[in-house]
Design a protein around this ligand. Structure first.
Ligand SMILES: [Zn+2]
Length: 200
């Protein structure tokens, strides 16, 4: 994976039967964890190049970037993941990519839904927060920052708090070495949502 220059940061959705590389396996069971893409050495969760995304994915990212007044300049893609990752953000050859698992995303035609938009906002948050530019080990702090950003964005897009936190229902309850437990992430998303509601 020598073409991957920077860290991979993935959104964690809670799905069972996923195994970490043995070197990263902690003392606790990892059922429910689906994200290990924190270092390039873990590799990509799919073979080959991503495919063109659903139009709704582009629409969702456009809406997300509207909330911060920036023009989207991400390369979006979808793929059939061989690990339960959900989505990831990465910089490859200077290109900021966001790729989601086609099997785990259910776009509503013509109108991006809150769950999928929330996950995409989390990935955008990794890029805008500079998390994809480093290999450092402060993974939990970065995940929570991206979660707060997602909550903020969804508030700006008009989501209620239950709508803004919908995507977090799929997150790992226990968390992992790479990701905080769901409870902490729900708090972060909610904090971001309240921030979005309070800032005009
Ligand atoms: Zn993440």
């Amino acid at each position: 994976m020598d073409h991957i220059r920077r860290a991979l940061i993935a959104a964690a959705l809670a799905l069972p039967a996923f195994s970490l590389p043995s070197a990263s396996r902690g003392a606790r069971a990892t059922e429910g964890l689906i994200c290990t893409l924190t270092r390039p050495s873990f590799g990509m969760p799919h073979k080959g190049e991503p495919l063109a995304p659903a139009p709704e994915a582009r629409l969702a990212v456009g809406w997300i970037m509207d909330t911060v007044g920036l023009t989207p300049n991400f390369a979006l893609g979808k793929a059939n993941f061989d690990r339960k990752v959900g989505a990831y953000a990465v910089i490859i050859m200077g290109e900021r990519r966001i790729v989601y698992d086609a099997d785990l995303f259910s776009w509503v035609e013509g109108s991006p839904n809150w769950r999928e938009t929330g996950i995409m906002a989390h990935e955008v948050g990794h890029h805008l927060g500079g998390h994809t530019r480093t290999d450092n080990a402060t993974q939990h702090a970065q995940e929570l920052e991206a979660d707060r950003f997602a909550g903020f964005v969804l508030a700006k897009l008009g989501a209620t708090l239950p709508q803004a936190t919908r995507w977090a229902q799929d997150l790992s309850e226990e968390g992992a070495e790479s990701h905080p437990p769901r409870r902490q992430r729900l708090i972060a998303i909610s904090d971001g949502w309240r921030h979005g509601k309070s800032v005009r």
